[in-house]
Design a protein around this ligand. Structure first.
Ligand code: NAD
Ligand code: MG
Length: 394
């Protein structure tokens, strides 16, 4: 039996992961499931899968979780430290699917035990790429990418030498506002940004798809995970979301990974790696698809992509600042405080100010420094968002 834990079990990736586990119930021993405020879902899944422990991120929800688990034999725990401790419980495979930088510490804790980490939480790599990869190496732990693009690249590299790779092309759907005229983007509402044409995902990543911050994070994620130069990484808009990424080799060959937009493929690949097993995803009818469409990923329309290039060049703690500022700007947009385009402005200004004052590129990438810059950048981004919100309403 494979011992598995799922962090962020109540979310979109978490639920897809549990779906695959539940289909082969006898093959898995479920150790820990973690969630946030959706106690009903967390308790239901923990009981159904007979998990050892269920953990909510919110201490004030502990009594509710205890009540929901009463008599089931599943332990209840709460709070960020309890989530990190759940990552200390012996497991063979852990799904890291918490959204945001909150996923970093539990992932690091799992790596320290040599546990295989299936990484959906791209923010870990953006925030702490060099540290995370070094920790995995030091403890002999494996990280398997779950972001669909990175899973596609990973699969494209099987049997290949990374030195033969000339380019990596990451595809982007373009998100909910892909076809909007440029001059209307500033007026996009929360509901507009949440209507993703292809993928069914959590709210935050769906909005990040519309702003292209998701793709910006993924370019940085590519740089950190595969250790390729920023100049080798490209983005292209592919509205159908059928090709997830392409790997270009020195002989000019391009290997594309094609599949339906269903995260259970990338999750299942990481779950069964190095084997392949049957997965309940749709099979594509190429004749019916007929054509594959591509468009340039315009940095004028999506300035987040330009910022990603800056972050990749700065490196150091720039990713931690970029991600934290992005998370704060997203909070402000969701709260109706700032407009859609102001998100990028907040991130750009936070990055500029933090680089000017703290020197992001020259700092040591330790966990303490990462967490300090994350905190400082959030505070700064909140201030900048408030200023910009004020300026725009005057
Ligand atoms: P989601 O919002 O649907 O779920 C997030 C999960 O994290 C939930 O279980 C929630 O309770 C938990 N959570 C939220 N804040 C937390 C905190 N502070 N501490 C502990 N737990 C917390 O998100 P999602 O769409 O499933 O995305 C999860 C991660 O996977 C993200 O990093 C996202 O970028 C990445 N990802 C998602 C998809 C997708 O299809 N949804 C695709 C690729 C990558
Ligand atoms: Mg992705």
């Amino acid at each position: 039996m494979k011992r598995v834990s799922v962090f962020g079990a109540t979310g979109s990736i978490g639920q897809n992961t549990l779906d695959l586990i539940a289909r082969e119930r006898d093959a898995y021993d479920v150790v820990a499931l973690t969630g946030g405020g959706n106690i009903g879902q967390l308790a239901k899944d923990a009981k159904a899968l007979q998990a050892e422990v269920a953990v909510t991120a919110y201490p004030e929800k502990l009594d509710e979780l205890r009540d929901a688990l009463a008599g089931s034999g599943v332990e209840a725990a709460a709070g960020p430290e309890a989530i990190a401790e759940a990552a200390d419980r012996p497991a063979d495979w852990i799904m890291s699917a918490i959204v945001g930088a909150a996923g970093l510490v539990p992932g690091l804790r799992a790596l320290r035990h040599g546990t295989t980490l299936a990484l959906a939480n791209k923010e870990s790599l953006v925030t702490a790429g060099p540290h995370l990869m070094a920790e995995a190496k030091r403890h002999g732990a494996r990280i398997l990418p779950v972001d669909s693009e990175h899973s596609a690249v990973f699969q494209g590299l099987v049997g290949e030498n990374i030195e033969d790779v000339e380019r990596i092309v990451i595809t982007a759907s373009g998100g909910a506002l892909r076809d909007w005229p440029l001059e209307q983007l500033g007026a996009a509402t929360l509901a507009d940004a949440c209507a993703h044409p292809n993928w069914d995902m959590g709210q935050r990543i769906t909005i990040d798809s519309a702003s292209m911050f998701n793709k910006a994070l993924e370019l940085i994620e590519t740089r950190e995970f595969f250790d390729v130069a920023p100049e080798q990484i490209e983005a292209v808009v592919h509205p159908q979301s059928l090709i997830h990424a392409l790997v270009g080799f020195r002989d000019g060959a391009l290997m594309a990974h094609i599949g339906p937009p269903d995260m259970r493929h990338a999750i299942g690949y990481a779950l069964h790696w190095p084997d392949r097993k049957h997965l309940p995803v749709a099979r594509l009818d190429l004749a019916q698809i007929a054509t594959l469409e591509f468009r340039p990923a315009c940095e004028k329309r999506w300035p987040a992509l330009r910022l990603a290039r800056e972050v990749m060049h700065l490196r150091g703690l720039a990713g931690a600042c970029f991600n934290a500022a992005k998370e704060s700007a997203l909070d402000a947009f969701i709260a109706g405080q700032i407009g859609f385009l102001t998100m990028t402005e907040v991130v750009e200004r936070t990055l500029e100010q933090t680089q000017a004052r703290e020197g992001l590129d020259s700092a040591t990438v330790s966990l303490d420094n990462i967490l300090a810059v994350d905190h400082l950048s959030r505070t700064r981004a909140v201030e900048i968002a408030a200023q910009l919100a004020g300026a725009h309403t005057d």
